[in-house]
Design a binder for this molecule. Structure first.
Ligand SMILES: [Zn+2]
Length: 333
């Protein structure tokens, strides 16, 4: 049992821009053409557990004329009560010993799942299995799933949901139908943020901070991202002026969550990209070269900093990126 399944207050959630996707899935169900395995690529990094729950309710609901789950049929009621026998969500488990969330979905979890899919299901109903985040399956776990994907059981839909579809092994990917969820268009995103209580200016600003991801925009506002950014800029200036060294700057940065650290770094690099592109200097070639170098660094750092924990490896990669930023900036003076 994972945390979600123990929860008694499930709040199904559907963002308006995901509705066309749900309508398509529902259409496939009605035509009995649902794929047996779906690789669902989700934008951003914000948790989509509630949405995946909602999606499953949409597929399991017995009143298919409704756009949303009816909430009244026996499937909906069992889903809300978290007692639906033919739905399973496999996720990262809480480890009672370490008191932390496990880093991987373990092979035992996948094996139990396979066992359930083949042996304990009732054959009358559609069964939905969601693995999320699917990129966190251990290699052994992913391998044990292969056979299930190759020889699908009737009436079973396996949904592998991930924010990093590139990390899913090709062997798994090639056996799934791939679907991508996207962030909404800017106008829709801004309107939605305003509905959530943000004023115009805040919506514009936070949507930009969040690279167009409205859920991340809400999150960044809640955690006071503007203050963090201000503080980071201050430390970064001290670093450029040699008042603090790279190790100190990294230490200050890594007090944040890893994804926030990545966001702060990429914002600073992007700001310099724009600055170099827009500057009318004496040496346009040099500016152009620096802008290009920053853009290359931005791409490289996004790869380099895709580390999930605040550990020594992150510290080293961060230092490397920060040293490169400084080199490019100082070569411009
Ligand atoms: Zn229903």
């Amino acid at each position: 049992m994972n945390e979600k399944q123990e929860s008694s207050t499930i709040k199904p959630a559907c963002l308006p821009w995901y509705k066309p996707f749900l309508a398509q899935l529902r259409g496939l169900k009605q035509q009995q053409r649902l794929p047996h395995a779906i690789l669902l690529s989700i934008p951003g990094e914000q948790s989509h557990t509630d949405f995946l729950w909602y999606l499953s309710m949409v597929l399991l609901c017995e009143n298919s004329q409704h756009e949303a789950p009816c909430g009244e049929c026996s499937s909906c009621q069992l889903m809300v009560a978290n007692t639906y026998p033919d739905f399973k969500l496999v996720s990262l488990e809480h480890d009672d010993k370490t008191k932390k969330i496990n880093k991987n979905i373990k092979i035992e979890q996948v094996r139990n799942l396979i066992h359930e899919v083949y042996l304990t299901r009732s054959y009358d109903n559609l069964k939905i299995v969601v693995i999320y985040p699917a990129d966190k399956m251990s290699i052994a776990g992913a391998n044990s799933l292969l056979k299930t994907l190759e020889e699908p059981a009737a009436q079973v839909v396996i949904i592998l949901a991930t924010h990093h579809s590139g990390k899913i092994p090709v062997t798994i990917r090639s056996r799934c139908q791939q679907w991508n969820l996207d962030n909404p268009e800017r106008t829709e995103a801004l309107a939605w943020l305003q509905q959530q209580g943000m004023n115009d200016d805040a919506a514009i600003q936070y949507l930009e901070f969040a690279d167009g991801d409205p859920l991340a925009a809400i999150n960044l506002k809640e955690i006071g991202f503007i203050d963090m950014l201000g503080e980071f800029k201050q430390h970064f200036t001290q670093y450029l002026k040699k008042q603090i060294d790279v190790t100190k700057l990294c230490q200050l940065l890594t007090t944040n969550d890893v994804s926030l650290t990545r966001r702060l770094i990429s914002m600073v690099i992007k700001a310099y990209c724009f600055q170099f592109c827009g500057l009318q200097g004496q040496q346009p070639m040099l500016r152009k070269k620096s802008a290009q170098a920053m853009m290359d660094l931005l791409k490289r750092s996004e790869q380099q900093l895709m580390i999930e924990d605040n550990n020594l490896d992150l510290q080293l990669q961060l230092e490397d990126v920060l040293i490169s930023v400084k080199q490019i900036i100082t070569s411009n003076h």
